[in-house]
Ligand binder design. Structure first.
Ligand code: C5P
Length: 272
């Protein structure tokens, strides 16, 4: 697998800067999006924290043990882009989990803003449609800007909190798995780098989508020794990796542990 560049080497250079024109002439193939290069890289810890101090405490405790930190709408709404910049400038990678869903032009702008922050992964809702996803992919790939490392753009298929009845309420009557695969294929055809899916769908998606590089990132992971909490459609870390997940997003099994670092190391041993 290609090596993942260190986040400290990631740089955004607008073409308007002195080196911009030179850099613009360089092939886009120089850009990369993250592919896990080691077991540690596969582990993303959800910073579902209310504020900067508690988030930074966790980052400090887990630094060097995990591959990335996920910042979602709770923390981002409380602390904004400055916290994202701070975590990245400390040498860590960030998955910005804001699930953009809007008209294509607005999503393209949001994706570009997220990419400028230097995040490694960001996401959009596949239900925003093909044109919106194309705009998101285009925003990181080809807007006269050069990303030394461009973020991976993933599509959220069906939220794991939704079941068949919830889908029917919003007018989707097809089988849930079929719907997930359909949306995953649409994401691929629209130029996204991969999808977010529950562990229960990984195997089916891998069977149906055979693109060489199609990232599957999965939450809903519970080690056998941890509390299930409110997650329903769960799998152990080892099972999710065995089924074909590239990245695991894990929150409470690590962050609620009395020793988060030891919990992360135990998970790495399980998937190693
Ligand atoms: O604590 P836990 O491991 O359940 O945290 C999982 C993380 O993944 C949370 O940040 C949650 O918001 C996120 N997530 C999820 N299910 C989805 C999408 C995201 O659990 N379908």
């Amino acid at each position: 697998m290609p090596r993942l560049e260190s986040s400290t080497s990631r740089r955004y250079i607008p073409v308007s800067e002195p080196h911009g024109e030179f850099l613009k002439s360089m092939p886009l193939a120089m850009t990369t999006n993250p592919t896990p290069a080691s077991v540690k890289d596969r582990l993303i810890v959800a910073l579902d924290e209310p504020d900067r101090d508690s988030a930074l405490r966790l980052v400090e405790r887990l630094s060097g043990t995990v591959g990335m930190f996920k910042i979602g709408s709770q923390l981002f709404t409380a602390e904004g882009p400055e916290l994202v910049r701070q975590i990245i400038s400390s040498g860590e990678r960030v998955f910005l989990d804001l699930k953009f869903h809007d008209i294509p032009n607005t999503v393209a702008g949001a994706v570009e803003s997220a990419a400028k922050l230097g995040v490694s992964i960001l996401n959009v809702h596949t239900l925003g449609g093909s044109e919106m996803m194309r705009a998101a992919a285009h925003a990181v790939g080809d807007r006269g800007l050069l990303w030394i490392t461009r973020p991976a753009v993933l599509g959220v298929t069906v939220l794991t909190s939704m079941d068949k009845a919830d889908l029917a309420d919003v007018g989707i009557t097809s089988d849930l798995s079929a719907e997930v695969v359909r949306l995953a294929a649409l994401a691929r055809d629209s130029g996204l780098d991969g999808i977010v899916a529950s562990p229960h769908e990984i195997r089916l998606i891998r069977e149906c989508i055979t693109a060489e590089r199609f990232i599957i990132l999965t939450p809903g992971i519970r080690p056998a020794w941890s509390d299930k909490a409110d997650q329903k459609r769960i799998a152990t870390p080892a099972a999710a990796i065995r089924d074909g997940a590239d990245y695991l997003v894990i929150g409470r099994a690590i962050t609620d542990s009395p020793d988060p670092r030891a919990a992360a190391e135990r998970i790495l041993e399980e998937i190693g």
